[in-house]
Design a protein around this ligand. Sequence first.
Ligand code: SAH
Length: 218
Amino acid sequence: MKPDWTHLDAARRSMAQRLAMSGITHHEVLQAMATVPRHVFVEPALEGQAYEDSSLPIGREQTISKPSVIAKMIQALMQKQTKMGRVLEIGTGCGYQAAVLSLLSEEVYSVERIRSLHENARANLRPFRISNLRLIFDDGNKGIPQAAPFDNIILAAAGSEIPRLLLEQLAIGGKLIAPVANGENQQQLLLVERLSSMRYKRTTLDEVFFVPLQTGTI
Ligand code: SAH
């Protein structure tokens, strides 16, 4: 089945317009959000809600992230760049964010620890024939040492800290963004820039809500 790019086209464009009004100013990010058909990545019964700004269930107690949060995270990584280089995503889920990233990057590696979700993402993405995206079934806490360093790393699940191996796999000058749990049922987005081999600059952004970063594969 070929993806139907025109289906719900108006709803998708108005979602991008709402993002633009709520502080997303990066032209290429807005364009990518207006391009990827989010409804293809959710269950048919939820299709009608696909362009609302909400997270939706994707099975296995996981969720597709909110469009505004995805756009904000990618905008924070890109800043003034028009394109990212090698990008690592932890938590493929249904594959939606991976598809958005693939439009904005040279190369994307996306890791998922739940096999059925990894396979579902593969099926969701197949019709798009994206050539610069690799899906990997593994525990993302380890990163992908053989493909490192990455210019950008984005985590779609919240741990109590950022995995050390991911910080090590960030290129010098590269940026990582992750939700981090603070122990009081709260999570904050953390933007980390690697300044040199030993120095990292951390900036705390908004409060968010993500599913937990787990360990191991299932
Ligand atoms: N990127 C998705 C969001 C998926 S939700 C989107 O486009 O909306 C977060 C995902 O992270 C879940 O599928 C969960 O299984 C996965 N996850 C949690 N811990 C992980 C880990 N250690 N390694 C890889 N994936 C992980």
